[in-house]
Design a protein around this ligand. Structure first.
Ligand SMILES: [Zn+2]
Length: 472
């Protein structure tokens, strides 16, 4: 192959990725399809489908799993907060420096291709790449060094002097303030995307819109007729739909600016579904004899689990809250005051799995809880995973860690108002001008397929240790 051909191939390998954190396939492919002409156009000119998320289906680790094609066990983080060691208290936060595996742009940098990366989760603190990076949510504030190269920060702040990485307190009753903040954040980030598109060369471009996740959590019950808090004709009935339309219009603007050789990929890290309530995991463990306190919790006095004094000499298991439940066992010779003999470990886990799966709603109907053992869902396990990963009611119920309830069901959220949980399937839409597929729905795609698919479109070899496959 002569040099000119190599140059031609290189110059045509461009991929533009729009990440929509929490965007749900049912909303985009069905419910609001007719309201979203640009996303529909991408579907009609390409392939699309549900994208099975990581286990657990949450932002950290999901985006990094997508971009490395490695599962959370290999990555070694199972949420934002992870056990630092086998002590009871010490936790670490999975910031960007915890991602040890290569992401798409690391492979591209090595191949001499340029990336622009804007607001992708787990990119702070920033690390070098061939191209430009603006870090995403969990960046403390604009005083932080949030760009690579460092000099880019000045440019970004001249475009958007009050650039924001996330909204404050999205679990709030002040819906007007929040809605305003979500739009303000998104517009500022879109202005920066526009600036970067216009001013910096790239082969791979990626921006993640975090506002979709925030608006889902805060406004879901206003729009989902099956949510127990839904009231017909409420003033926020169309808030989520209107935000999707706002994003769709911006996507249309970007599509007009891209050259006809650029592949466009829209992805989400997980989907969204209504939240029916919370299962108080520690109340359940306590009431079933697995967890003991020095002073028993008092009904009506809600206290965080960290405030409780635990009697470790009798405790077999404890849990933590979040969109999914994490359960930890107190194992002899592993935890400081462990009591479960190692040879009993699997028996206790199996017993707990059966009991957790039998949990019902207050009406006595089984809620369809699913429970995973880390070694069954990960290729390998690094750092310290929960002993059990729990999807209460298949994620229609969240996990609540605090104590002081009148049982193990609650309809109030101990971390603030939130009416949406994550769903196991996100979405993808891929429009590849060199490989037109026209409105074809793909079954069985998963998060870890994204990195090999992008590398393949860009003419790169797919590393053999990637766990996903090329979607085609
Ligand atoms: Zn997310």
């Amino acid at each position: 192959m002569n040099i000119l051909n190599i140059f031609k191939r290189k110059s045509s390998r461009k991929v533009f990725v729009i990440g929509l954190d929490c965007a749900d396939p049912k909303l985009v492919f069905e419910k609001w399809k007719d309201d979203l002409p640009n996303l529909r156009h991408l579907m009609e000119s390409g392939i699309y489908g549900k994208l099975k998320s990581a286990t657990p289906a949450i932002t950290v680790p999901a985006w990094s799993s997508m971009l490395t094609s490695k599962d959370p066990g290999v990555l070694g983080f199972y949420g934002f907060r992870n056990r630092a060691d086998y002590s009871y208290e010490k936790m670490t936060i999975a910031m960007g420096d915890k991602v040890r595996e290569k992401r798409i742009w690391n492979y591209l940098s090595k191949a001499g291709l340029k990336s622009t990366v804007i607001c992708v989760p787990q990119t702070y603190p920033v690390r070098p790449l061939n191209g430009h990076l603006i870090s995403g949510f969990l960046t403390p504030n604009i005083k932080s060094d949030f760009t690579y190269p460092f000099s880019l920060k000045k440019e970004i702040l001249s475009v958007e002097p009050d650039f924001v990485f996330d909204v404050k307190d999205f679990r709030t009753d002040d819906k007007d303030r929040l809605l305003d903040q979500i739009y303000t954040m998104t517009k500022k980030q879109f202005n920066v995307v526009d600036y970067m598109l216009k001013n910096k060369p790239w082969n791979f471009f990626m921006h993640v819109v975090m506002g979709v996740d925030r608006i889902h959590h805060a406004f879901w019950h206003f729009t989902d007729t099956e949510h127990f808090r839904y009231e017909a004709g409420n003033q926020y009935e169309n808030a989520i739909r209107d935000y999707y339309i706002f994003i769709d219009q911006k996507i249309g603007e970007w599509l007009n600016q891209l050259d006809k050789h650029t592949s466009v990929l829209v992805v989400s890290d997980h989907g969204a579904k209504r939240m029916d309530g919370g299962i108080c995991i520690n109340e359940w463990l306590w009431r079933n004899g697995y967890l003991h306190f020095k002073n028993n919790p008092k009904k009506g006095q809600i206290r965080s689990f960290d405030e409780m004094e635990i009697d470790w000499s009798k405790t077999k298991a404890w849990g933590s809250g979040g969109y999914y439940g994490r359960l930890f066992l107190n194992v002899k010779d592993r935890e400081p005051n462990g009591i479960i003999p190692p040879e009993e470990y699997e028996n206790v886990r199996d017993e707990l799995i059966e009991k957790l799966k039998a949990i019902t709603n207050p009406e006595g109907e089984n809620i369809g809880t699913r429970v995973f053992k880390p070694q069954d869902v990960y290729k390998s396990i690094n750092n310290i995973p929960p002993d059990l990963i729990i999807y209460f009611g298949d994620l229609l119920w969240r996990s609540v860690g605090s104590m002081g309830y009148d049982g193990w069901h609650t309809y109030e959220n101990d971390t603030g108002p939130d009416s949406c949980n994550h769903a196991e399937h996100g979405l993808f839409i891929l429009s590849d001008p060199k490989n037109k597929k026209h409105n074809r729905m793909i079954e069985d795609a998963q998060l870890m397929d994204i990195a090999p698919t992008v590398l393949s479109i860009m003419g790169q070899k797919v590393p053999s240790d990637m766990q996903g496959k090329v979607i085609s």
